[in-house]
Design a protein around this ligand. Structure first.
Ligand SMILES: [Cu+2]
Length: 155
C-alpha cells in the first residue's frame, strides 16, 4: 500500500461505518454540530445528548413533526442523572416523585455515573416538549431543555 492509499483508508472506513449504521438502523446519525443547529427529521433520527456538569448538551433541539428520535444519553458526571421528556403531567409526576431509577418508559431513562442510556420518543404534533432531570435540585440548577417540534411544510 502506498502513502496515498494509507491516508485514504481511515476516511473509507468512516464512510463504510456510516453506511453500515444507516443500513442496520435505517436512521440518520446527527453529528455534534447538527444537533443544536439543524432541524432534524422527519423519519428516524439518533441524537446524542450529553450530561456534563449537571447540564444537558445540547439543551435545545428542533425536529419536524413525524420524527422518531432515539436519544443516546451520555452521563459524563460522577453522579446519577435522568432524562425525562414529556408533557406537563409527566414533569409534575417526576417533580413530586422520589424514585432514583425509572423503569423503561418512552422518553425516560436513568443513567448512573458515567453510564449511557437510550430512550426514544415520537414527535407527532407541532409544539414544544420539555426534558429535564428531576433529581433533587438538578432542574433548578439548570438541567432542563426543550425540543421544538415544527410543522412539515405542505408542498
Ligand atoms: Cu441530574
Amino acid at each position: 500500500m502506498n502513502v496515498v492509499q494509507r491516508r485514504r483508508a481511515p476516511l473509507f472506513a468512516a464512510i463504510v461505518a456510516t453506511v453500515v449504521t444507516y443500513a442496520v438502523t435505517g436512521a440518520v446519525q446527527a453529528s455534534a454540530a447538527d444537533r443544536e443547529a439543524a432541524t432534524l427529521g422527519p423519519g428516524h433520527v439518533i441524537v446524542t445528548v450529553d450530561m456534563e456538569h449537571s447540564r444537558f448538551v445540547p439543551d435545545r433541539l428542533r425536529v419536524r413533526e413525524g420524527t422518531l428520535v432515539t436519544f443516546e444519553v451520555v452521563n459524563h458526571d460522577p453522579i446519577h442523572h435522568e432524562f425525562v421528556l414529556g408533557d406537563d403531567d409527566v414533569h409534575r409526576a417526576h417533580e413530586r416523585g422520589s424514585e432514583l431509577l425509572h423503569p423503561p418508559v418512552p422518553g425516560e431513562v436513568s443513567t448512573g455515573p458515567n453510564e449511557t442510556g437510550m430512550t426514544f420518543y415520537a414527535f407527532d404534533e407541532p409544539g414544544t416538549v420539555a426534558f429535564a432531570c428531576h433529581l433533587p435540585g438538578h432542574a433548578e440548577y439548570g438541567m432542563v431543555g426543550t425540543v421544538e417540534v415544527v410543522p412539515v411544510p405542505v408542498p
